[in-house]
Ligand binder design. Sequence first.
Ligand SMILES: [Zn+2]
Ligand SMILES: [Zn+2]
Length: 367
Amino acid sequence: MKVQAAFAAAQHRPIEIAEFDLDGPRDGEVLVEIKAAGLCHSDMSFFDGSRNWHDYPIVLGHEGAGIVREVGPGVASLARGDHVILAGIPECGECPACRSSKTNLCDAYFKPTQRRPFSLHGRPARAFCELGTFANFVTVREWQAAKIRSDVPLDVICCLACAGATGIGSAIFTARMERGASAVVFGLGGIGLNVVEGARLAGASAIIGVDTNPEKEIAGRAIGLTHFLNPRTVPDVVETIRGITGGGADYAFECVGSSAILSQAVESTRIGWGTTVTIGILPGDERVDLRPRALQEGRRLMGSYLGNVKTRSELPLLVDWYAEGKLHLDALISHRIRLDRIADGFGMLSDGRARRVVIGFDEPPHP
Ligand SMILES: [Zn+2]
Ligand SMILES: [Zn+2]
């Protein structure tokens, strides 16, 4: 079938839209009509020069929600008409990682696949995370589609697939924050604001946000931030956090992707048990740079990928939390656009004007 899809053709070239051919579902695959997809910084890395990638063209988009329209042979867990969230990390359910409660990183995620359902001018094309949700239809593995309840708006919960899972999950599943703990969140973008959501849900006593953009304070306070620090006006962020928390935060979350900020995050946590979760991806060959005794003093540093959320078995739980009014996802979405305005959407994301931008494939564009 013919589909409209946004793709990257090369580094340092604007994102483009073209008509692709899409192969139907084969063994273990489903055809999903995408209803909404969120824009994420990692999509940008395929055209803004920040990623070393050579397999172009690549259909972008790795956060999306839609409706199953066709199921391939051997698909047992999904049926036509099911509402699904698509996630970058599969959950095969059978590998050692899927059987362990310690990780969400299914072994299948690290095995390259030769399957290319999209093609452009007869040439098979890659899809980011084997998804490519910036297309009105996608053919994906059953393992990457999480069945969800059908009474929630897809253009809101689509953001759970990447930003939501990463942020909320980092506080609840990775850090396992306990009630009454204090948290500091460095970087209040789409991920950082979801960490605030997760920390609030975990029952944090104080949630401190650190961001150079003073406008982030309003969005942050609306969802549970108790303190806001702008490093441009606060001379010593680490000392200030130690002061607010009485010795150091119980938990810190680095959502920027900077070695210097990661070091600050670790230093801002309490001696003895302070835990830092590294979420932002350090650019290029930048290394983690910590004071030698920073961890010896009893602090912990943890990594997190998609917030340790198992995509098929636990993502639906986050959808339930939204339906029950526990998550304020609507407040995190600042712009809704159509696919043809995707380049503007990324512009708003990169210059910090937008919190989360969502592409709707059905609805008329919102102003
Ligand atoms: Zn993402
Ligand atoms: Zn697995």
